[in-house]
Design a protein around this ligand. Structure first.
Ligand code: USQ
Length: 395
């Protein structure tokens, strides 16, 4: 069976992805340097519940399913470590399990600092974001060029690469006619954080590798993800993915649900007209699976917009207020001065047909799915720390 290497396999999306492909019968190896856990400790932002280490999680997975997920702990900004997965010396001294599975046919790349506020806390965190994200991607591009140009990379980019332009957003590319001649280019990008800017630069690095060295890359422009449970995590509560609700690492809907449960007024930033494309964590897994199963030919960069429906922040707050009140929480909504610099009222019309055409079946944000999330988070109510919900990282 196809062998898959998951970079960033300990993260919010990385671990559920690892279990998903393992369950499908793929030979899965995960790599991580525990950046997210360490950053949460450094910033003292807390998580909803403690999560076993990656090595412990792989053991639990093995006990429960008989399947093996191989684990390597190490830093992919170190080029030798990154290259070791492609030159036959896989993860050498960092390897926890004995045998690696040879050169991967597919790499899923999540090994990035994923938070906009983190990237703008100060120049140090900006530098960490730039150096981690760009070096990991560049090390990967060179490892592929030097050892394994056939390997397909599925990279998780972000809808934030496009920003909020006053024109319809296409899937990755735009045909431009200029002075009577036409050509197709990457859709114009203009990010509103340094984190999002690194994702633009990732796309440029991959596009360069595709043009120069005939690499095969799929870039998934993903919107904010919500949710906790996936089909594979329900078998044991210790397999649940990590859940942040703090200002730095929590995404907006996960935050709002947590806030509603502890009676913290929902933190709508500014006018709340900021509109984004959202998706359920289970749909991330479906989309990544479809991307893996449909690799581009050599020298081609496929780009898909990975969202299932769009909402403004006000619409999300209203849904959470309504469902929260129905469940007996007295939910308040409060508009805060926006700590971010972003358009608060804008046109937003992205295309997102490509993954649906490949067969993805969306889990929409229904009252039932919201209620389920409420119940899941409420089980950990006593762990929720109000002091981490809003500290006001500004830019
Ligand atoms: N927002 C609020 N109140 C909050 C938190 C956020 O109004 O308490 C607003 C933000 O100002 C923003 C929107 O909600 O307009 C989304 O914020 P977010 O923190 O959920 O998402 P974002 O910072 O854009 O980043 C997240 C992930 C990132 C991913 C991105 C997809 O952290 O890794 O790339 O979503 S996208 O937004 O499409 O760029």
């Amino acid at each position: 069976m196809n062998n898959i290497l998951i970079l960033g396999g300990d993260g919010y999306l990385g671990w559920p992805t690892a279990m998903h492909f393992s369950e499908l019968g793929y030979d899965v190896t995960v790599v991580d340097n525990y950046f997210r856990r360490n950053a949460c400790t450094e910033l003292d932002v807390g998580m909803l519940y403690p999560v076993p280490t990656l090595i412990e999680r792989a053991k639990i997975w093995h006990e429960k399913t008989g399947r093996e997920i191989k684990v390597a702990i190490g830093d992919l900004t170190d080029p030798e470590f990154a290259r070791s997965f492609f030159n036959g010396r896989a993860g050498y001294q960092w390897a926890v399990n004995e045998k690696f599975s040879g050169i991967p046919e597919t790499v899923i790349h999540y090994a990035e600092q994923p938070s906009a506020p983190y990237s703008l806390m100060d120049y140090k965190h900006a530098n960490i974001t730039l150096s981690n994200n760009l070096l990991v991607t560049n090390n990967l591009v060179f490892a592929l060029k030097d050892f394994s140009p056939e390997t397909h990379v599925v990279h998780v980019g972000t809808m934030g690469e496009y920003g909020t332009p006053n024109i319809d957003i296409e899937e990755g590319w735009l045909e431009i006619e200029h002075n009577g001649k036409k050509d197709t280019f990457l859709f114009p990008r203009q990010a509103s954080s340094l984190y999002h800017t690194t994702k633009i630069m990732d796309t440029d690095l991959f596009w360069f590798g595709v043009r120069m060295w005939d690499l095969r890359v799929t870039d998934l422009m993903q919107g904010p993800v919500y949710g906790v449970e996936t089909d594979e995590s329900v078998i044991d509560s210790r397999l649940k993915t990590l859940f942040n609700y703090d200002e730095i690492f929590g995404t907006v809907l996960n935050r709002f649900i947590t806030q509603a449960i502890v009676g913290y007024p929902l933190t709508v930033y500014g006018k709340g007209g900021q509109t984004r494309g959202y998706l359920d964590i289970r749909d991330t897994l479906q989309c990544v699976r479809k991307a893996v199963e449909n690799p581009p030919s050599k020298g081609k960069l496929n780009i898909f917009n990975q969202i299932m429906e769009t909402f403004s922040v006000n619409e999300l707050a209203e849904k959470v207020r309504r469902i929260g009140n129905r469940l007996g929480y007295g939910v308040e909504v409060k508009q805060l001065e926006n700590p971010r610099r972003e358009a608060e009222e804008h046109y937003y019309n992205p295309t997102y047909q490509g993954l649906l055409d490949l067969g993805v079946e969306p889990h929409y944000l229904t009252d039932e799915s919201l209620e389920k999330m409420f119940k899941l988070v409420a089980a950990y109510k006593d762990n929720i720390r109000k002091d981490v919900i809003f500290r006001g990282v500004k830019w």
